[in-house]
Design a protein around this ligand. Sequence first.
Ligand code: HEC
Ligand code: HEC
Ligand code: HEC
Ligand code: HEC
Length: 272
Amino acid sequence: MKKSLLLAAAFGVIAAGTALAQNSTTGSFNADAGAGIVGSKHDLSIATGIGALYGQTDQLDRICIYCHAPHHAINEADAAGIKYLPLWNHGVTTQFYNTYQSDFGDGPAASGLNGVGTVSNINQFADRHLFNGDATLGEPGSVSRLCLSCHDGTVAINEYGFDPGRAESRGAATHFIADQFKIGGGGNLTNHHPIGFSYLDVALHDDEIAAPDTVINGLATKEQTTIRSLLYAGEMMECVTCHDVHNTKNEGETFLWKSDRNSGFCLTCHIK
Ligand code: HEC
Ligand code: HEC
Ligand code: HEC
Ligand code: HEC
């Protein structure tokens, strides 16, 4: 209750700030689910999006450019180990994360930068849950690291464009993600739904996790019809398993593939 009031208040401030900064009638930047990227929270242009909030100055007022470029994109994995770079044009995070652990156990504390360590099985559901010693949860996969490159708050939203010869080149880190959209700040993903693991492995193990080929009600007319179709590389649970970054084929709020009304999205995977 308290949290939602705070969030509502925060959204109010953002909306008011946008209206002032923008002085236009383009609305609340909350495009309908599945209505496309224009006018959504991922429209970072000035004319139709939230660009003014994040210091956008692109003369052509483009939309894709913050994340992708047709030329001169980043084309090789850097120290952060990001391998999936779809013509990526945004600065990438080099942060390591402490990841979710179901059970802190009495074994040695999580070791190493990424928090992967040996944890003993004292959890009630140790036989069911994969993260209780049987397996370790790795760093978020590269596709999630693309999201975290804006959302963890270490790389500015307007840090994009890396060809020094071009007028639109950036690199200046000046506008960071607003607090209420920050995920993984300070490298902390321990309080975040687990990502970066094989859903297929878990489904074999946990009888309260739906089979990968379960059809998702409500998405039947879309390409994304089964849980498997939402898994990165057909296997991994990542940010994009729950969110559709371009707001194109999702039916739920906040870019969710399916609305979480009555927790309908959670119940797709969790048989509870
Ligand atoms: C806020 C960042 C962001 C913006 C803006 C953005 N994308 Fe993406 N795009 C991503 C991410 C992250 C991925 C990788 C995740 C995925 O494949 O779903 C991706 C993947 C893609 C892919 C490959 C996978 C697919 O969906 O076919 C294409 C093509 C693409 N984007 C095109 C575009 C175009 C065109 C625009 C502008 C109209 C755009 N994107 C705007 C972040 C963005
Ligand atoms: C180029 C920077 C950038 C990248 C990359 C990016 N985002 Fe965002 N995202 C933003 C900004 C900016 C906002 C809106 C913040 C605001 O309104 O102040 C946002 C908002 C969101 C929201 C809230 C939507 C709503 O309607 O409230 C979700 C969910 C989200 N992003 C998920 C993702 C996921 C998942 C990925 C990766 C697949 C991703 N983002 C990649 C910049 C980015
Ligand atoms: C298990 C599904 C799931 C995964 C995985 C997931 N999210 Fe979300 N996300 C949600 C749901 C549900 C909401 C809306 C509920 C809420 O606002 O608390 C949400 C809300 C958000 C928001 C809006 C602000 C907020 O905190 O509510 C952002 C930004 C976001 N997610 C980004 C991400 C990023 C980045 C990742 C990967 C690191 C990610 N999400 C992974 C389910 C997920
Ligand atoms: C796309 C499928 C999917 C969706 C959607 C999803 N989850 Fe999960 N969730 C999983 C999987 C798989 C695990 C790992 C379960 C295991 O370890 O056995 C998990 C783990 C969890 C855990 C940790 C369990 C543990 O072992 O400590 C909780 C709690 C949880 N999810 C709650 C939620 C909630 C709440 C939502 C809705 C906002 C949600 N999940 C949405 C697939 C999903």
